[in-house]
Design a protein around this ligand. Structure first.
Ligand code: 16G
Ligand code: MG
Length: 548
């Protein structure tokens, strides 16, 4: 025991010394910064994963990725046994372990072991995955050293998408009840459910069985090839932005985050009028749909659109089954006001608003029999409770029910298998959307016509210290700096259908501003006015924002 603790320090000192003086925090989605600063953090997260795994008596996952960030960044997050993000109470431990001096590592570990009464003799497996960033292989090596230093067993899954990692972890911990915990098992589960749902009926009415896919030059481009092989004619996927390791510009002028935040068509995808396109992000856990019309006008169908499409379809199927299941939709303050209106007033599905970050949405969604959650940026999934699954399984076999009822239950069961319930999964979400569009016989315009988005604008302001800005009410209200919320209120009042909020980013040293209003010009002006106030009252640095 003592020996392994000594290894911890020796490994740190000799191979993974702390190289950054300032503290770094476990943020919204783990640690994320310049890849060159992450070696020792990776090593320490390897250590933490072993502690967490022994404490939870389950397999823990580690994903190395910086998602939609530039290629020179990287990051790391831990995945808990059910395949969800690591419990929040351990984020503090992660931050502490990341920031202590090398010679304090042993003592910090001992403290954690004591506090949580961790049995350090338990054998544990840690699953490790990484995205396509050139820095990922060496960072993975540092993670492995951390796992070995505390006598855990690292299992390397190589290059995988973030949602694949979440899936693998859940499979291992459910002894493959959730699915087979290999890449092959993942493809087989999703593709066979998709084929079951599609049957031999496609090109249903206006549905066109072809999609252009922007892989963001990342892991999403690699993995879609395995889907293409298996899907065959069932869904024609034309792949673009598929650069190999280190050769393409990951997320540069392409990918889901670029398309959503810039509201622009990506480079590298052919511009064909009215052609349905999708972009995924650098670790393939986000997806957005879009097209250019015949006048070359860009139309975006983001996470809110996907959420409403899914919620509507699920509601129809649940009604057709005649089973009493409660369905809820979870959004964040970024959700377009028009989508929230449509969901509550037209679909009559209850909506909850929570803080930004997948863990908050996921957590809330667990309160429903069927919880649909999506961030506007395209990250989201659906979770089905055990109660829902049990009832559907019964209904599918219940001969007292009508044929239509039984078939609807069967459809819902197949949908569950297309969905990656552990976390938002771009490719799984795409298969789900394609299933629904095909079932409805809709083209992308028909989907878009369900409601009209309010024009909106995202801005950011660099500030001295983003922690000075605090919020409440699911980030919709600003608490400090004093007076800022009142000022925002006064500005918003001037705009027709105006809404705006500000929040400190959890991943960058900036404050984000969101604004929506009746017209494009108004939304831009509103965002800029609010940005100016943030700059003034929250310690903006650099050039002040300009009103258009
Ligand atoms: C991370 C979050 C995402 C959130 C985004 C906000 C996860 C897996 N990802 O990418 O959900 O929308 O951060 O970024 O939780 P921000 O705090 O910089 O605005
Ligand atoms: Mg991502």
């Amino acid at each position: 025991m003592t020996a392994s603790y000594r290894t911890v320090y020796a490994f740190a000192r000799e191979m993974h010394p702390k190289t950054v003086k300032h503290d770094i925090h476990y943020g919204t989605a783990g640690f994320r910064t310049k890849a060159s600063n992450l070696g020792y953090i990776m090593y320490r997260m390897g250590l933490l994963a072993v502690l967490r795994s022994r404490y939870k008596q389950g397999v823990i996952g580690i994903m190395i990725t910086a998602s939609h960030n530039p290629e020179c960044d990287n990051g790391v997050k831990l995945i808990d046994p059910h395949g969800e993000m690591m419990e929040q109470s351990w984020e503090e431990l992660a931050t502490k372990l990341a920031n202590v001096q090398d010679d304090e590592l042993e003592a910090t570990i001992k403290e954690i072991v004591q506090k949580y009464s961790i049995d350090m003799t338990v054998r544990v497996n840690i699953l490790i995955g990484k995205d396509t960033r050139p820095s990922s292989p060496s960072l993975a090596k540092s993670v492995v050293d951390g796992v070995l230093a505390l006598s855990g067993k690292p299992i390397d899954f190589g290059i995988v998408t973030t949602p694949q990692m979440h899936y693998f972890v859940k499979c291992r911990n459910t002894h493959n009840e959730y699915g087979i915990g290999t890449e092959e098992g993942y493809y087989t589960k999703l593709v066979s459910a998709f084929k079951r749902l599609r049957g031999d009926k496609f090109n249903n009415k206006n549905y066109v069985n072809k999609i252009l896919y922007d892989g963001a030059n990342g892991v999403g481009a690699r993995k879609i090839k395995y889907f293409k092989e298996r899907l065959g004619d069932c869904l024609e996927i034309e792949l673009h932005n598929d650069a190999g390791i280190g050769t393409g510009k990951l997320n540069h002028l392409c990918g889901a985050d670029y398309v959503k935040s810039q509201q622009l068509f990506p480079t590298g995808v052919p511009n064909i009028p009215n052609q349905r396109c999708v972009s995924v992000d650098g670790d393939a856990d986000r997806i957005v749909y879009y097209y250019n019309d015949e006048n070359n006008k860009f139309h975006l169908l983001d996470g809110d659109r996907i959420a409403t499409l899914i919620a509507e379809y699920l509601k129809e199927l649940v009604l057709a089954c005649g089973i009493d299941l409660n369905l809820g939709l979870i959004q964040t303050a970024y959700a377009n006001g028009a989508s929230t209106d449509y969901i509550t007033k037209t679909l009559k599905v209850p909506v909850a608003c929570v803080s930004t970050g997948v863990k908050h949405l996921h957590h809330k969604a667990l309160e429903y029999d069927i919880g649909v959650y999506f961030e506007a940026n395209g990250h989201g999934t659906v979770i089905f409770s055990k109660n829902a699954k049990d009832k559907l399984n019964e209904a599918a076999k219940d001969n007292k029910l009508s044929e239509e009822q039984q078939q609807s239950a069967e459809k819902l069961l197949a949908l569950i298998d297309v969905i990656n319930e552990t976390v938002g999964d771009a490719i799984s979400d795409m298969l789900l959307v394609e299933t629904i569009l095909n079932a409805k016989g809709w083209n992308i315009q028909q989907w878009e016509q369900t409601y009209t988005d309010l024009p909106n604008k995202l801005l950011k302001v660099t500030v001295q210290d983003r922690n000075l800005l605090t919020t409440k009410d699911a980030e919709r209200m600003c608490v400090t700096p004093e007076g800022l919320q009142e000022e925002i209120g006064l500005i918003v009042e001037k705009y027709n259908k105006g809404r705006s909020f500000v929040r400190p980013s959890g991943t960058e040293d900036i404050v984000r501003i969101y604004a929506e209003a009746a017209t494009h010009e108004e939304s831009e002006k509103l965002a800029a006015e609010v940005a100016q106030k943030v700059y003034e009252l929250a310690g903006g640095i650099g050039a002040p924002p300009i009103i258009p």
